[in-house]
Ligand binder design. Sequence first.
Ligand code: NAD
Length: 422
Amino acid sequence: MEVSIIGSGYVGLITGISLAELGHEVTFIDLDEEKIGDINSGKPPIFEKGLEELMKKTKGRYKATTNYRAITETDTTFICVGTPSKEDGSIDLTFIKSAATEIGNALKEKDKFHVIVVKSTVVPGTTEEVVKPIIEKESGKEAFKDFGLAMNPEFLREGNAVEDFFNPDRIVIGVKDEKTKEIMEKFYFPFKCPKLITDIKTAEMIKYASNAFLATKISFANEIGNICKKLGIDAYDVFKGVGLDHRINPSFFRSGIGFGGSCFPKDVKALIAKAEELGENPKLLKAVIDVNERQPLKLIELLKKHITNLEGKTIGILGLAFKPDTDDIRESRAIPIVKSLLEEGAKVIAYDPKAMDNFRELFPQLIYAESAEKVLEKSDAVLIVTEWEEFKNLDYNGHVVVDGRRIEKAKRDARIYEGVCW
Ligand code: NAD
């Protein structure tokens, strides 16, 4: 099929290139000319395992443009633009609205049935109450008759996104009309995982409930982990024992310094805001965020057990990305940690294999080291913030290490070692 993708970030690019791999012809549309240039020259504008190879392999089956008229040459359009948080935590639909406006405009000139798929994470009600009326108004056409509308949430994990696209746990498709349902089923025919067809609002909610649950699992592990730390208990052993209960499941169940990234924090906050708009008080979700905001600062608290006054001290940071195997620093736990160190007058020397360029834009005043070894060499104490593979084999001998991610070698070899919840 001929597919257009509006928004060529993590989700749009992975979706589009993977659809090209499945044999579809894909056109990426984005506002960012640099991204468009990169994609057209087969270069991934983001770092994601396996993406560069896949872009090489599928070259010729995708192209990129800033011109929305390209929509009319396709049968299906996936909306993959960002849905950030507003100041108050509620969802910012600016990009969704402008994408819907452009799609509506383009569809004015198209006679054939066209399917629009919302893949961005949007609070329940958005597809039918915001996207649909905008497209109808701009195009002069009627939804579910002249054009189809589906909501197809994305569950990929950054760092593992290509692998996740081809091996999903499940596919959720929210639809209303039969024709759109058939087209969506055709797209996902090659996948053998469970496929759940729901109404549009339910599909939107499944995404939020999933992320809220995973975020809750982490904040729960951190709260128990903080109690363990005070009791001299290793929270890792505790959660190994707890996770073996098949009703609980061991994955995604570790203590540390909390969750970051472009999804969990913003999605939980957006769900809280939506709940409050509806007159609900989502106490549990608020506590999940509260625990998560305090957790990274535990590293500073533990550091100060060993270096009481941080003024003028050089503190090393290992890892800036919000998790390993990505260059994404959105809501990275490194941000509040670095802020707090700078406020205390410390000098910060940092290293990350992929995320230093992005971090430098936020914190140009740090010293960015060429290697993890240099960080160890030059600092009075080191904080482990992201569990990159290469940090598992460093020589921590003789160093003061405060570990937020459980690097066994550091635990074994450091001169002074503090684990956040162990
Ligand atoms: P992103 O910020 O990486 O990419 C969004 C892209 O959309 C940018 O390239 C931007 O230039 C472009 N854009 C914005 N407005 C546009 C417009 N009107 N027309 C064309 N392009 C436009 O975002 P992302 O991380 O890919 O996330 C996209 C959506 O997917 C969000 O709703 C997010 O919550 C959801 N999601 C993200 C992930 C993830 O791991 N990143 C996983 C699942 C779901």
